[in-house]
Design a protein around this ligand. Structure first.
Ligand SMILES: [Zn+2]
Length: 421
């Protein structure tokens, strides 16, 4: 059968408990109808709804299972094609990829639209930083523009070039990394006038701007300059004034709590993740063994020695997500998880629940709110008529335990079953 014929067929998924991503309670005994890569309808599997299905509809019985929207990770890096494939296998159907090279990222984004083996890619590119600063520690330059621009004019020119190359979003680093590197020497941080020029020019050109700024003063500078998202959680208590600005503009908050927890205790973090057999089953044995080795923890201790100070900051990180979420600041799920690509989503979800969000709220962060942070919510992020048919079928209840999103039975990207293939 041709791909077109497969897509044109109408499929109805009958009987699952469906969570639509908006935050409203789950629908039991649901009927999700898709056709041609789109959702036709979502509702209850009433006798009338079943009778109304078009002739020839293929009905799949999914009683005893759960359906959720495909996950949108608002902060990933993809070191390889294999990383992206792993992300899709864990239920990520769309990802914001932070990338060094704008042209390469745009090319990857284009091919990801039609590939069935990776999520759709939405780049934030390039990653601007100070020469010798964070993300100039061996990471490549952008081949077509200067991502280390060191004065406002060069900065603005680079942003305009990024837009011409097709970038819809840039990222910048505002961090000297003392919070994790002390007593090693601090890294050079981008000058404030360069940061302001990058952000202003991007906003003038209609681009989004994600800023890496885990310190409160850096985050406040990014917000004042016009950033559209904080790409990491903030490690100091966020004041009410900053919170109010984030809510009203809005500025999306992408906590990446898993990275801070990993840095604070690499060994404990790895053991906790791998203690769930469903997680361990998705990690190659040699990778798990290397993570469990003493050398792995030692490498972290050497590069990021400021562990005691970071541990003291974790309560503020946990309190910030809870306070911001309660106040109505949009919290988008992002993992930045290099150790466990894809699997990071369930790790991050669990950390949000531990910080005080409900599983339903966490699922919304990973779907609707992350999609909003990419201006994608009209097209995806929730299960509603007309939206792209990106969804997951789970064997266990994610409301009972959000880590049950690891019990993945199938991943659909644009109406096509991508996992298992
Ligand atoms: Zn990152």
């Amino acid at each position: 059968m041709s791909t077109a014929a497969v897509l044109a067929a109408t499929i109805a998924f009958r009987g699952a408990t469906l969570i639509d991503g908006t935050g409203v309670p789950a629908v039991r005994d649901s009927l999700l109808v898709i056709s041609d890569g789109r959702i036709v309808s979502v509702g209850q599997a009433t006798p009338e709804a079943l009778r109304a299905l078009p002739p020839g509809t293929k009905v799949e019985a999914v009683s005893g299972k759960w359906i959720v929207p495909g996950f949108v990770d608002a902060h990933v890096h993809a070191d390889s094609d294999e990383d992206l494939k792993t992300m899709l296998r864990w239920g990520l159907t769309s990802v914001r990829v932070m990338a060094e090279d704008s042209a390469a990222a745009v090319k990857l984004a284009y091919s990801s639209k039609t590939r069935g083996d990776i999520p759709e890619v939405f780049p934030a590119a390039p990653i601007f930083t100070a020469k010798g600063g964070w993300w100039d520690q061996g990471e490549p330059p952008d081949a077509s523009l200067d991502r280390f621009a060191d004065n406002p004019e060069r900065a603005r020119a680079s942003v305009r070039r990024a837009r011409v190359l097709g970038s819809a979003e840039i990222k910048l680093m505002l961090d000297d990394m003392r919070w994790c590197r002390d007593p090693l020497s601090p890294l050079p941080r981008m000058k404030p006038d360069v940061a302001r020029a990058l952000i202003e020019e991007a906003r003038n050109e209609g681009l989004r701007v994600s800023v890496h700024a885990p310190g409160l003063s850096d985050a406040k500078e990014a917000i004042a300059d016009g950033a559209t998202a904080l790409a990491h959680g903030v490690l100091d208590p966020i004041d009410d004034g900053t919170l109010a600005v984030m809510k009203s503009r809005p500025v999306f908050y992408i906590p990446t709590m898993d990275i801070f927890e990993l840095l604070a205790d690499p060994k404990g973090f790895v053991e906790t993740v791998l203690s769930d057999p469903r997680a361990a089953a998705g990690v190659p044995a040699e990778t798990a063994a290397s993570y469990r080795s003493a050398a792995y923890a030692e490498r972290y201790a050497k590069s990021y020695p400021n562990v005691e100070s970071l541990k003291k900051k974790l309560p503020a990180l946990r309190e910030n997500i809870k306070r911001l979420h309660a106040a109505g600041v949009p919290v988008a799920l992002g993992t930045d998880m290099w150790a466990f690509p894809g699997l990071g989503v369930s790790i991050e979800m669990d950390l949000y629940v531990r910080a005080g969000l409900t599983p339903l709220e966490v699922l919304r962060a990973a779907t609707l709110t992350s999609a909003r942070s990419l201006d994608l919510d009209k097209d995806r992020g929730t299960l509603a008529a007309g939206k792209r048919a990106d969804f997951l079928i789970l064997d266990a209840d994610p409301i009972a335990d959000v880590r049950n999103v690891r019990a993945l039975s199938a991943v659909y990207k644009a109406g096509v079953r991508a996992v298992p293939r």
